[in-house]
Design a protein around this ligand. Structure first.
Ligand SMILES: *[C@@H]1O[C@H](CO)[C@@H](O)[C@H](O)[C@H]1NC(C)=O
Ligand SMILES: *[C@@H]1O[C@H](CO)[C@@H](O)[C@H](O)[C@H]1NC(C)=O
Ligand SMILES: *[C@@H]1O[C@H](CO)[C@@H](O)[C@H](O)[C@H]1NC(C)=O
Ligand SMILES: *[C@@H]1O[C@H](CO)[C@@H](O)[C@H](O)[C@H]1NC(C)=O
Ligand SMILES: [Zn+2]
Length: 354
């Protein structure tokens, strides 16, 4: 009898460990366990790759999700948790992965999308910073990486979203290593930014869209953070972004503003969003999730689900656009020649466009 009860308890424990609560924030070790569980449950379409290591020598892992194919497929990038304290961001990556896998299993459009496109999802990019933000309530609002400052500066951490090679060190940064927006000693001085750059660069013609998830402010930001430069397809990105915001509003009535960072937030440089566009990825967006200031980075857990639901519908709009306009039907050749025309037309104008 006692043995039977014990067995039941063990069985219950196993079931519990296999079911992940998407409505709470998880520390890094639980996110790692969840990643392994997702891989274990979906070995046919999911793999995990280590793209690099953090300053503290922790692995930075991403999911590759899509139907296996003999040829290189087009792809969509998503990273979460580049800023440690923005806990809703990794929570969204977890929700997103769960949701696309579920929709894939149900057949329909997501199954079609995953035949043609792979998703590369990094649930936590700034692993060191995220772990640090979980240490106690004095470190909860940590933003940066955890590398020590240069000689003579005793503070820690570089703002990884100021460290990419995109008009590095010009706008919205500080060269003081104690600052929240310290940009590092040079472009890609930080191993986390270098890992993303190396990984994406090696097959950049396959990435059609780059999404980087932040909080807070309820914004969809398009390139560039440098007010002197305009992306050649600014109009296209605005149209896609506005379409996403419209879908998001329908879910829970929340408004998301769309524009470049200088237009609706502040100028900045060295962001991964800008770098992705500069390196040739046609669509690049930063999504700033809820809220718009009431709780800020400390978004209550009861808002995880509604935030993820609305963000998912916005991202789905972007994914559908990529699928319909850049992959299906007309094919990539037509897109490529359109691009050549767009680029050529920019070269002849006097404004600097990048
Ligand atoms: C940090 O947590 C401790 C213990 O739960 C609590 O007593 C303290 O008030 C908290 N401090 C802040 C700044 O939230
Ligand atoms: C940054 O980009 C510029 C211009 O494309 C290039 O010349 C330079 O080598 C890059 N720097 C790094 C660290 O990748
Ligand atoms: C870039 O923009 C800033 C602010 O808008 C302006 O002050 C600066 O002169 C511009 N630099 C160049 C090279 O155009
Ligand atoms: C914050 O978001 C809510 C919901 O979208 C909106 O009603 C409110 O006006 C926003 N507040 C600010 C200051 O933007
Ligand atoms: Zn951020």
């Amino acid at each position: 009898m006692l043995a039977a009860i014990l067995l039941l308890q063990i069985a219950a424990g196993l079931v519990e460990s296999a079911s992940h609560d998407y409505n709470i924030y998880h520390p890094m070790n639980e996110i790692e366990d969840w990643m392994n569980q997702i891989l274990f449950d979906n070995p046919d379409i999911v793999s995990i790759e280590r793209i690099g290591r953090t300053y503290e020598k922790k692995d930075i892992n991403l999911f590759k999700i899509g139907e296996r194919s003999g040829v290189m497929k087009k792809a969509i990038w998503m990273d979460c948790g580049i800023h440690a304290r923005e806990w809703i961001s990794p929570a969204f990556c977890q929700y997103f992965v769960k949701q696309i896998l579920q929709e894939y299993r149900n057949g329909g459009e997501m199954a079609e999308i995953m035949r043609k496109l792979d998703f590369y999802v990094t649930p936590v990019l700034n692993v060191d910073g995220y772990r640090y933000s979980w240490v106690d309530n004095t470190t909860r609002l940590w933003r940066k990486s955890r590398s020590p400052g240069p000689p003579g500066c005793t503070c820690y951490g570089t703002d990884l979203n100021r460290n990419f090679n995109a008009t590095w060190g010009t706008f919205g940064i500080s060269t003081n290593c104690c600052s929240e927006v310290y940009c590092g000693t040079g472009p890609l001085s930080e191993s986390e930014a270098a890992a993303v750059t190396r990984y994406v660069e090696q097959r950049k013609e396959d990435f059609l869209c780059f999404l980087t998830i932040h909080s807070y402010g309820q914004l969809i930001l398009v390139p560039y953070g440098n007010p002197n430069f305009t992306a050649p397809n600014y109009d296209e990105m605005m149209e896609v972004g506005l379409g996403a915001a419209e879908k998001m509003k329908k879910v829970h009535g929340m408004s998301y503003e769309v524009g470049t960072s200088p237009d609706i937030l502040y100028p900045n440089s060295g962001s991964s969003r800008d770098w992705a566009r500069l390196t040739g990825i046609p669509l690049s967006f930063t999504i700033e999730l809820r809220d718009n200031g009431t709780y800020g980075f400390e978004l209550p857990q009861d808002q995880i689900q509604p935030t993820c639901e609305e963000a998912y519908s916005g991202v789905k709009h972007i994914v559908n656009y990529v699928h319909h306009k850049k992959v299906s039907g007309a094919g990539t050749m037509a897109t490529a020649s359109l691009w050549a025309v767009l680029l050529a037309s920019c070269i002849t104008t006097t404004t600097i466009t990048l």
